[in-house]
Write a protein that binds this ligand. Structure first.
Ligand SMILES: Nc1ncnc2c1ncn2[C@@H]1O[C@H](COP(=O)(O)OP(=O)(O)OP(=O)(O)O)[C@@H](O)[C@H]1O
Ligand SMILES: [Mg+2]
Length: 433
């Protein structure tokens, strides 16, 4: 019977080699899978951006250049995919060879013992039958191994994404903001986007009372958009405090704070849905009548009625494209529905035609009534009525006051106003000619 146990041992003799090779091949396979997914993500990310930017590519006749850029990433992906496939084939071949050699060993050794008469033929046949029961599941396991490894690598990427931290985290004792009076103050506020970079806002002090309309003006890149994005805590200050009704806004849960702020931003994004749904973002529970009411208040009702399906017209990628001014009015309608005590309007840099500008202006004045309002403006003629004008340059407040006060002062604002007035006079002359 001692010979029988030799056969036994031979049947599992290759197990350790098998174990090592699985470990060796499949851990590298996991890395290669990860590299391949990474390369694929790059191709997809690139495509996503470039498909959106097709007008730019066409406009600058960059087709050949873009083709090369795409090829570069695509070949990179191909290279990673081939490396993966190559290694996968090797892993498969080696592990399968091992599981195939083991039965051969048993047959050879067992056959030899049968010939010399130490083991009966029946025992050997039975043994081989049993062995199959061990090796069949093992083979199946290897076949699943590739898939398992790939899933494992994909799971790593999913977890990486899920572990990504929010920039803004509510502090442990954060309270829900319920009632807002509307006083907003900046106390010695400094801010930088990146620790290594320069401060974008430098020691800002502003005290804004409930219901006040504040216009932020100044050079492009001066920090106006950055300043207003601190109010809903899109970013937290680096130094100093932003206070709402005397309380540091970091004491509130970010979402409850944002519930009380209405925003119309520089580029307003519409989703690929009906106009009505897009307006309803301001308040998902709003009735159809309320949506129409809001659109009317935002001076958007008339152009919406001119669209093929009125409020049910699909907009965005899959539907009608709206002009900048129309998008802005939809965004204003959203805010009317939301009805927040604090309002932020970051005017689009692109100039609107006079009529849209007038319609937006009118809607905005209605909206600003009784709310603390921040307007970032590029055309000074639109904000001369503001309760306060704050001129920003290089992240600092250079001047503040009403239009009349600042004009009397004959400082930066005065200069800027002169320049814009002159250029608009020229525009008028041009149109007259
Ligand atoms: N997300 C960001 N990451 C890093 N730096 C940024 C970011 N956004 C803006 N900046 C930088 O901060 C500075 C102020 O930009 P900001 O957008 O606040 O200016 P702005 O006054 O709104 O200009 P504009 O009138 O052109 O809209 C700029 O130097 C800009 O490069
Ligand atoms: Mg801006």
């Amino acid at each position: 019977m001692v010979y029988g146990s030799h056969v036994n041992v031979s049947s599992i003799a290759l197990f350790p080699i098998y174990g090592f090779s699985v470990k060796y091949f499949y851990s590298r396979l996991r890395q290669l899978t990860r590299n391949r997914s990474q390369a694929l993500a790059e191709v997809q990310g690139h495509l996503h951006e470039r498909v959106q930017g097709v007008p730019v590519t066409r406009g600058f006749a960059l087709e050949d250049h873009e083709q090369k850029q795409f090829d570069k990433r695509n070949y990179h992906y191909l290279d990673r995919a081939l490396k993966f496939t190559n290694w996968n084939a090797k892993s498969y071949a080696v592990t399968h060879t091992i599981t195939d050699i083991a039965p051969l060993l048993v047959v050879a050794l067992g056959g030899y013992f049968v010939i010399i008469g130490n083991v009966s033929l029946g025992t050997l046949v039975a043994f081989i039958g049993y062995m199959d029961r061990v090796y069949q599941p093992l083979r199946r396991l290897i076949n699943s191994m590739t898939q398992l490894t790939q899933s494992h690598a994909s799971m790593d990427r999913v977890f990486e994404f899920m572990d990504e931290e929010y920039d803004i985290i509510d502090s442990p004792g954060a309270k829900t903001l319920n009632t807002v009076h509307g006083d907003v103050s900046f106390e010695n506020v400094s801010f930088k986007y990146d620790d290594e970079e320069e401060e974008v806002l430098k020691n800002i002090n502003l005290n804004i009372k409930k219901g006040e309309t504040v216009a932020l003006v100044g050079m492009s890149g001066g920090g106006k958009s950055t300043l207003v994005s601190l109010i809903p805590r899109f970013y937290d200050v680096s130094k100093g405090k932003v206070k709402l009704d005397g309380v540091d806004i970091r004491n509130y849960k970010a979402r409850s704070l944002r519930n009380n702020i209405g925003m119309v931003l520089q580029d307003n994004i519409l989703f690929s849905e009906s106009i009505a749904m897009n307006i309803r973002i301001g308040n998902p529970q709003a009735t159809d009548e309320e949506v129409v009411e809001a659109a009317k208040a935002a001076n958007a009702h008339d152009f919406i009625m001119d669209l093929p399906n009125g409020y049910e017209t699909e907009v965005g990628e899959r539907g009608v494209k709206l002009s900048g001014g129309q998008k802005q009015r939809v965004a204003i309608a959203r805010v009317f529905l939301k009805n927040p005590p604090i309002l932020i309007f970051d005017e689009a840099t692109s100039a609107l035609d006079l009529e849209s500008e007038h319609l937006i202006q009118e809607a905005l004045e209605k909206l600003a009534h009784n709310r603390t309002t921040f307007i970032v403006a590029h055309r000074l003629s639109t904000i001369t009525h503001a309760d306060r004008i704050v001129l920003m340059n290089n992240g600092m407040v250079m001047e503040q006051g009403t239009h009349d006060e600042l004009m009397k002062k004959q400082g930066y604002y005065y200069d800027l106003f002169q320049v814009q007035e002159l250029s608009s006079e020229k525009e008028n002359e041009n149109t007259i000619q």
